[in-house]
Design a protein around this ligand. Structure first.
Ligand code: 6PG
Length: 503
């Protein structure tokens, strides 16, 4: 029909269906299979309604055998099924149906990166297992997500035109997303938000960290909202206005924009602001947790990312919290003395500085993971593909990309002159918010953890000296000296005179 190859697609749930519609907008025919045939029929109906003049581009397949028969060899098959066993089920069924060694099977789900790494090697006798982590939710999938592809390089050469076509696009001059949501009229100009990340699950690792940062970014916004709502007694719509104003500055981001929309929404049942009737128990699907676990395993500090996961866990203890709210005393007699305008400025700066620290943690985690797993991650390019399409898309990604462009070995984002100067300039307001939150009894774990991270990071001598002394005392774990570079020492603490020896 269009001269472009026909693509196979398995799994037409919310993300799958939207990716299929995105593919057909970009001129690809799709052979589609889902265990629930209604889902395929829905996609066909939507494609026909959206662009009635277009020749039917989606072919419903009643089995994987039929799907394989429809596709030209070597085949390209996208899979959008829940992460975990379902991906292996599809792979095994494809093998049974006769998938061939040159065929590429692309997992587009939120898979655990180690599963992806294992699948790349487990299936290589049968077909090329490739992965493309997708960020952007259903609208992103429909009109342009951010894509983090990884796997075999030769497969990437074949997939690249497809991925670049369906990805979100950024205006090269402004660095801002090109937003056009018109079925049948995809964005074809601008820089595509798809870049090859690496092999051995690198793409899913990077997506995982994206989500870890997403958790932190969301939690930081929530803490700022909480302070305005409960310490400053602002209404949700007043807070929405502040967020909208912030959207014009360095805090411009998709997450700030949608937060304003949520805060402005009225509940159709009660007439109250919707946010006031949403139960305060946060869900999670696991990617934030995986990021925290990876940071702990590698030994990279990511306290703000981890704090955001714990904040969700703590929120789910609703009934215990309700009991606790009746017995655990908070501060008494504290009143905010700072004028409202000044407090809003302080909150802006606290959010900005904490956000820089959260991103610094995520980026350092990627750097450490790359060393550990033998990947070469181009952090400047990764920042570029996060400028549009994905959930953490923000103006802020442009200076991050520039920072890693200036120095690809930057030891920390905090050390880049742009960010160190920004932190230096705004830290006073950030500290004021942490202090006032503590005095008012308003939880601000992510904002505070970011400040503690910043202060620890810039501190020449940390109390780890005493900690090493404690470890040596009870466990003979030894310590190094600041004045000698000749190995480890141990004090025989239980002997008279506590003599020191070289370990
Ligand atoms: C994205 C999102 C997407 C999803 C996550 C987060 O980048 O498009 O991160 O992957 O929303 O699953 O979900 P939880 O908040 O439930 O963990």
């Amino acid at each position: 029909m269009t001269g472009k190859e026909m693509i196979g697609f398995i799994g037409l749930g919310v993300m799958g269906k939207n990716l299929v519609l995105n593919l057909v907008d970009n001129g690809y025919e799709v052979a589609a299979f889902d265990l629930d045939t209604n889902k395929v029929n829905d996609a066909i109906a939507q494609a026909n309604t959206e662009v009635p003049e277009r020749q039917q581009p989606i072919h419903a397949c009643s089995s994987l055998n039929e799907l394989l028969e429809q596709l030209p060899s070597p085949r390209t098959i996208f899979v959008s099924v829940p992460a975990g066993d379902a991906v292996d089920d599809v792979c095994r069924h494809l093998i049974d149906a006769g998938v061939e060694v040159d065929d590429i099977v692309v997992d587009t789900g939120n898979s655990l990166w180690t599963d992806t790494r294992d699948r790349e090697s487990n299936y290589k006798e049968h077909f090329t297992f490739f992965s493309t982590a997708v960020s952007g939710g259903e609208v992103g999938a429909r009109f342009g997500p951010s894509l983090m592809p990884s796997g075999d390089q030769k497969a990437w050469s074949r997939l690249r035109p497809i991925m670049e076509a369906i990805a979100a696009k950024v205006d090269a001059t402004t660095g801002l997303p090109i937003e056009r949501r018109e079925p049948g009229n995809p964005v074809t100009e601008g820089e595509p938000c798809a870049t090859y990340i690496g092999d051995s699950g690198a793409g899913h690792y990077v997506k995982m960290v994206h989500n870890g940062i997403e958790y932190a970014d969301m939690q930081l916004i929530c803490e700022v909202y909480h302070f305005m709502r409960h310490a400053m007694h602002m209404t949700p719509s007043e807070i929405a206005s502040v967020f909208r104003e912030w959207s014009h500055g360095p805090l411009h981001s998709y997450l700030i924009e949608i937060s304003a929309e949520v805060l402005d929404q009225q509940d159709e049942y009660s007439g109250k602001p919707l946010v006031d009737v949403i139960l305060d128990k946060a869900g999670q699907k696991g990617t934030g947790l995986w990021t925290a676990v990876s940071a702990l395993q590698i030994g990279t500090p990511a306290p703000t990312l981890t704090n955001a996961v714990f904040a969700r866990s703590l929120s789910t203890l609703k009934s215990i919290r309700l009991d606790a709210s009746k017995v655990l005393p908070g501060p008494t007699g504290f009143t905010l003395e700072v004028p409202k305008d000044k407090l809003i400025e302080q909150l802006h700066d606290a959010l900005y500085c904490a956000k820089i620290c959260a991103y610094a943690q995520g980026y350092q985690l990627m750097q450490m993971a790359a060393k550990e797993h033998g990947w070469t991650l181009d952090l400047s390019s990764i920042s570029k593909i996060w400028r549009a399409g994905c959930i953490i898309r923000a103006a802020f990604l442009q200076p991050i990309s520039a920072a890693f462009q200036r120095n690809s070995d930057l030891p920390s984002l905090l050390m880049d002159p742009f960010f160190s100067e920004t932190l230096g300039k705004h830290q006073g307001n950030w500290r004021a918010i942490v202090a006032q939150s503590a005095l008012a009894g308003i939880p601000a774990g992510a904002i505070s953890s970011a400040l503690a991270y910043y202060d620890s990071f810039r501190t020449e001598v940390l109390p780890a000296n005493l900690l090493q002394g404690q470890r040596d005392y009870f466990g003979a774990h030894t310590f190094e000296r600041t004045d000698r570079d000749d190995g480890k020492y141990h004090v025989r603490w239980s002997e008279p005179g506590r003599p020191m020896e070289k370990a």
